[in-house]
Design a protein around this ligand. Structure first.
Ligand code: FES
Length: 318
């Protein structure tokens, strides 16, 4: 896999939980332009890597630099803690940009819906739409007024196309049902945020018979996994018969990789679908944003990056 060695040019505290980082190439060459929706996988000191969305801001792109926004997750998420400890001049290694959430620019005016740190890819989308002279609207929800990241940039890019929705203001909190009901059937929707927001947008869109092809989404918080509420379970691999113990706080991918099993995965948030695995026996505890309701109910497929087990053991087609 190609990689980039980057230097942290600056760190900014955007909100009490979100920091943004401007990055340049360690060799001084300009970094390539990125497609809105792309993310990088940042290599952590222990060799694991974590995905963070790139923010394509016009003035940075012109200077050949990239930016990332990172929310400090709870202590289980070592990646965000590592990122928040970075200072100007530090170096990081990343993957090349990967885009599972591309923007299509067509005749219809898209609506962008962001929740919390999920705004990062949508900043890039708004910037590209504005640059192409396209009309769009960006609805941005956060827990309160001081939790809006990239606010100055968004105001510059979007002007009156930006609507802010602090959850703690009953007059301004985002009403997803009313928003979706107000959209024309051909309006493309891009949503990035926590799983409950995405689920709600998907459900409202489905209830109104909207074309699922016009709804693109990316999950943008670590899946909710309360280690205290999670039980240990076992995973058996069909190919070798090996059995692994998956403790609370570790994913199936974490455990299998440590045991030397070669796996395909990307987002590790349950929204890209790359790690999808066939379940031969047992009952998965689905925590992804990929499977349809019918697939979930069949219990024959699961995303092994985030989902766990309701039964003591799963047999997987691996
Ligand atoms: S790695 Fe993306 S859904 Fe599991």
């Amino acid at each position: 896999m190609s990689h980039f060695d980057l230097v942290v040019e600056s760190v900014r505290r955007d909100t009490p939980l979100i920091r943004s980082f401007v990055l340049s190439a360690a060799d001084g060459e300009p970094l390539p332009e990125i497609d809105p929706g792309a993310h990088l996988r940042v290599v952590l000191p222990d060799g694991r890597d974590r995905p963070y969305s790139l923010v394509a801001l016009p003035e940075l792109e012109a200077a050949g630099k990239w930016a990332l926004g990172v929310r400090l997750e709870d202590p289980g998420q070592g990646g965000s803690r590592y990122m928040h400890a970075l200072a100007q001049g530090d170096r990081i290694r990343t993957s090349a940009p990967i885009n599972n959430f591309p923007l299509s620019i067509g005749p219809a005016s898209p609506v962008l819906i962001a929740g919390g740190i999920g705004v990062t890819p949508l900043v890039s989308m708004a910037a590209k739409l504005a640059r192409h002279g396209k009309s769009f609207a960006l609805h941005y929800a956060a827990r309160s007024r001081d939790h809006f990241a990239f606010l100055e940039e968004l105001r510059t890019i979007c002007g009156d196309r930006l609507s802010l929705h602090p959850d703690d203001d009953p007059d301004l909190a985002l009403d997803i049902s009313a928003l979706i009901a107000s959209l024309q059937s051909e309006t493309p929707i891009y949503v990035c945020g926590p799983a409950p927001m995405i689920d709600r947008v998907k459900a409202e869109a489905a209830a109104r018979g909207r074309d699922p092809e016009k709804l693109r989404y990316e999950l943008f918080t670590a899946p909710v996994a309360d280690p205290q509420g999670d039980a240990a379970f076992q995973v058996e691999l069909k190919s070798t018969g090996q059995v692994f113990d998956v403790p609370p706080g570790k994913s199936i991918i974490d455990v299998l990789e440590s045991g030397g099993v070669d796996l395909l995965y990307d987002c590790q948030r349950g929204d890209c679908g790359v790690c999808q695995t066939v379940v031969l026996e047992g009952l998965p505890d689905h925590r992804d944003a990929v499977l349809s309701d019918a697939e979930r109910a069949s219990n024959k497929l699961m995303q092994i990056c985030v989902s766990r087990a309701k039964s003591p053991k799963l047999v997987l087609d691996l």
